[in-house]
Write a protein that binds this ligand. Sequence first.
Ligand code: HEC
Ligand code: HEC
Ligand code: HEC
Ligand code: HEC
Ligand code: HEC
Ligand code: HEC
Ligand code: HEC
Ligand code: HEC
Length: 478
Amino acid sequence: MPKKTLQFLFGLLFAISASTIHAASKDTSDEDNKLNGDCIGCHYNVTPGIVKQHLESPMANAKKHEDSVSCTDCHGESHVTNDDYAKAAMPTMETCAECHKKETKQYKKGKHNLAWFGMKSQIAWHGQPGAIVDKGYKGCSGCHKLGKKGILGIADGKNELTHDNGKEAADYRYGNAQCDACHTRHTFSQDEARDPRACSNCHMGFDHPQWEMFMSSKHGIIWSIEDQKGERDGRAPTCQKCHMNEGDHEVTTAWGFLGLRIPTQKNVLALIDAAPSLEQPLRDLAKLLPTGSYIDVDDDPQWVLDRALILQAAGILDSGLQPTERFVEIVVQGRAARAPEEFNALRTKMKNICNECHSKGFVQEHFVASDNVIKAADHEFAKAIAAVQALYKDGILEKPEGWDFAPDLLHYYDAKTNVEQELYLIMLEYRQRAFQGAFHASNDYMHWYGWAPLKTAVNNILQEAKQMRAEHEAKQKH
Ligand code: HEC
Ligand code: HEC
Ligand code: HEC
Ligand code: HEC
Ligand code: HEC
Ligand code: HEC
Ligand code: HEC
Ligand code: HEC
């Protein structure tokens, strides 16, 4: 049978079932039903895949028939012919919010909603051509589009994010729906979203290989052997079980993407003994920081100092250890790190989830050991940072034009020297894999993809810095 005829028959078949579902069920005017029938009738030929998925979706077949959702609920009624399709509305998260208030409210509190803002807080993002980072959703923006566009930050004196009222989103015809990241259109299924594979297109690869780590942990292996898919109460925990427990759409972890915490007043004041020459800047910094302390985590002054160096190399603290604009934008507004109250609450919640299947002692040991991987990694990283900072201080390296800080980890792969390229790899690849692998119980990621190349990179940096220094001194003598 010719393909065209097949398509026509297929279309007819669905046109009938569509009209029965919608005409019989929707408690709206005949006019609305007819309009929706028109959308479906014509779109059988225009986009048959979309029509099929929609008609088989839970939303087109709500438990209460009169609640069933139609094309017009999401795309409006302005486009009705072959030529005026530019008038079709493209849904945003607010469209879904009309019927799903609870999920939307939770989502807005979590980190996913901040994904677009977080991406744009990166100086490296601004340094790349548009095709690489922005329209067309090919790189950064393809994953980060699950965040809301047009977040402006926190207004003075307010405790909530302000928005541009849709101005930035209006520049983009597609990709403003956010909610379709895990339950993809036009099926919009919760079973799909509950399957760990739904997270894997984004949570994979270079700097956050959670999918690979999960699949190489016993949790992922059991999930796979027992063919658990999106099952809620399987023997193995899924990403969703640990991070979206009971369907909570607010995703946030204690340590966050970068394994950082906001130092507390106590942390910083304890450094004065170790570094008396820094007393004044440390006292100034402490005034801006939260009180309280972190549960479980061993905060000896050496670690605090190591973390301070990392924050300096990321331009989050300046050379006098004071917070920069980036501190405000990335840490406070983009919520890249937590303060004690939030950290402790998130950690306790996570431990309770583990505790459904493991003993308290087992879980405690796992967490503390993972914290200590961050601590050990930070110490190695700080040694390498100090060596590169010294190259700048002693005039062996010169701050590149247009840079506010040097070294500056946040220029990523635009770093100008080998030693700084290595620092960038430590920050975004090796250190990440070491601690994320530890938490996700993937020993190979923790060690051979994380710690081992981290040590190699640190050793290379120390060696190369020594050589650069010797060459510089030889030149001076001439
Ligand atoms: C007479 C045929 C016809 C009818 C009726 C129709 N459409 Fe379309 N629609 C089209 C065509 C043609 C396109 C463009 C398809 C393409 O570019 O491949 C389109 C595109 C769209 C798009 C995508 C627009 C874009 O910019 O990518 C949406 C959404 C859409 N239609 C929704 C609807 C809805 C909702 C209705 C009912 C209110 C409807 N359509 C009725 C023919 C129709
Ligand atoms: C006009 C109201 C309405 C709008 C708008 C709407 N939904 Fe729904 N949604 C429903 C109804 C009704 C159900 C089915 C509940 C039932 O089965 O009784 C549902 C179910 C769902 C489910 C669960 C499906 C399952 O597998 O059980 C998901 C996920 C979902 N919607 C996501 C979305 C997303 C994403 C958007 C925005 C793009 C959206 N909805 C817009 C009314 C709506
Ligand atoms: C479309 C890409 C995408 C998908 C799909 C996705 N995420 Fe994310 N996720 C992100 C991005 C981007 C961020 C970082 C957001 C930011 O800037 O804070 C993030 C952040 C997170 C965080 C917060 C980490 C922190 O900083 O505390 C968790 C937890 C998380 N995602 C879990 C999940 C889970 C579980 C799934 C699947 C059910 C999932 N994500 C699906 C892109 C995605
Ligand atoms: C493959 C999808 C993907 C691509 C491409 C991608 N990201 Fe991400 N990004 C994520 C995910 C997933 C997270 C959260 C990971 C985690 O928490 O471990 C994230 C986290 C981040 C964070 C941390 C946010 C926070 O507050 O913790 C920033 C900043 C960021 N990405 C910026 C960028 C920039 C800039 C680019 C392009 C140069 C980019 N990303 C490319 C998926 C992606
Ligand atoms: C629950 C909401 C919802 C319903 C119902 C819905 N859509 Fe969509 N549709 C979306 C979302 C979300 C997008 C993605 C928008 C974006 O990329 O910003 C989309 C995109 C589209 C696109 C363009 C993107 C593409 O993949 O080509 C077309 C065409 C379309 N829808 C047609 C339809 C038709 C026809 C119907 C009815 C059979 C329908 N939609 C029902 C939410 C919906
Ligand atoms: C990071 C992935 C992810 C994103 C993004 C996401 N969801 Fe979900 N959603 C899930 C998961 C997982 C479930 C299943 C929860 C469960 O039952 O444990 C779910 C379930 C749902 C349900 C069914 C709830 C019920 O109890 O029947 C609705 C409705 C829904 N989501 C709407 C939304 C809306 C609206 C958005 C955007 C604000 C959204 N989702 C964004 C992962 C996601
Ligand atoms: C057994 C529970 C569990 C499972 C399963 C799990 N995670 Fe995690 N995840 C954790 C813990 C524990 C942390 C560290 C929490 C903290 O910061 O204290 C974490 C941290 C994260 C982070 C923040 C950065 C990092 O890696 O440390 C992201 C993003 C994340 N997980 C995503 C995922 C995704 C996506 C999956 C599935 C592919 C997944 N997780 C599977 C428990 C789990
Ligand atoms: C739904 C049940 C369940 C939850 C929740 C759960 N696990 Fe597991 N976990 C298992 C099972 C089953 C195994 C494999 C059998 C075993 O080693 O106990 C396992 C294995 C492990 C292993 C490997 C043990 C080994 O000997 O190789 C570690 C580590 C682990 N889990 C840590 C955690 C942590 C940490 C959490 C919470 C963030 C957690 N698990 C949550 C069920 C669970």
